[in-house]
Design a protein around this ligand. Structure first.
Ligand SMILES: [Zn+2]
Length: 210
């Protein structure tokens, strides 16, 4: 079972969480308001009605993005509101973090959330220690296939804290990501599959997987 926790494109894989901006009645999905969304499109009561659907397994992507022009205060406010919703409905968070780990880590320390957070599309290798220390899970995407720094970094991520994804990339499949991680960490595919299955069961608790 190859689990893909974050994809923007529907595939034949039954074990994937699609990133969606609406309710998907026949697929597992995540939903949330990115910091880049226009203010007039943000309706938190819609968020609450969609995430309570049985197929919604996580809130995301949500977070802070310093490359985006919306003010930091506004981004933080939206992020924090969604963290409270994640806690209320007991759903994990898929984190969108661009040049903003300090701010996100500060919010995490302050709010001390009980729900798991997953740093999706992790690539900023210098942050590894701090992200692991905070208790946040790490999801690695297709960049690991060619990014040499990330390849080195992956060797230091405990597989109990790891997830894999394809995100927006159509050039590679989730199998390509699994294969790369197996070779970098010297693991059999079966071992990796079993561990990520466990991680998924413990984290995405609404998912009646397998
Ligand atoms: Zn994404």
């Amino acid at each position: 079972m190859l689990i893909n926790i974050h994809s923007h494109h529907s595939s034949q894989n039954n074990y994937e969480i699609l990133n969606s901006n609406h309710l998907l009645p026949d697929k597992y999905f995540s939903f949330g308001f990115l910091p880049t969304v226009q203010n007039e499109l943000i309706k938190l009561h819609d968020l609450e009605s969609i995430i309570t659907h049985q197929n919604c397994l996580a809130i995301g992507e949500i977070g802070i993005d310093k490359t985006y022009s919306k003010t930091l205060d506004k981004q933080k406010e939206l992020f924090i509101k969604q963290i409270f919703i994640s806690e209320k409905y007991q759903l994990p968070i898929l984190l969108h973090c661009v040049k903003s780990w300090n701010e996100i880590a500060e919010i995490r320390t302050k709010l001390n959330p009980k729900q798991p957070w997953i740093f999706h599309g992790f690539r900023k290798t210098v942050l590894l220690e701090s992200v692991l220390k905070s208790g946040t899970y790490i999801s690695i995407g297709t960049a690991v296939i060619w990014d040499k720094k990330l390849q080195e970094c992956v060797k230091n991520i405990p597989i109990e804290r790891l997830f894999l994804e394809t995100d927006n990339d159509l050039n590679y499949t989730i199998m390509d990501v699994y294969a790369k991680i197996c070779s970098l960490k010297n693991l059999s595919l079966q071992t990796l599959e079993e561990q990520l299955y466990k991680n998924t069961k413990n984290t995405f608790t609404k998912w009646e997987i397998g």
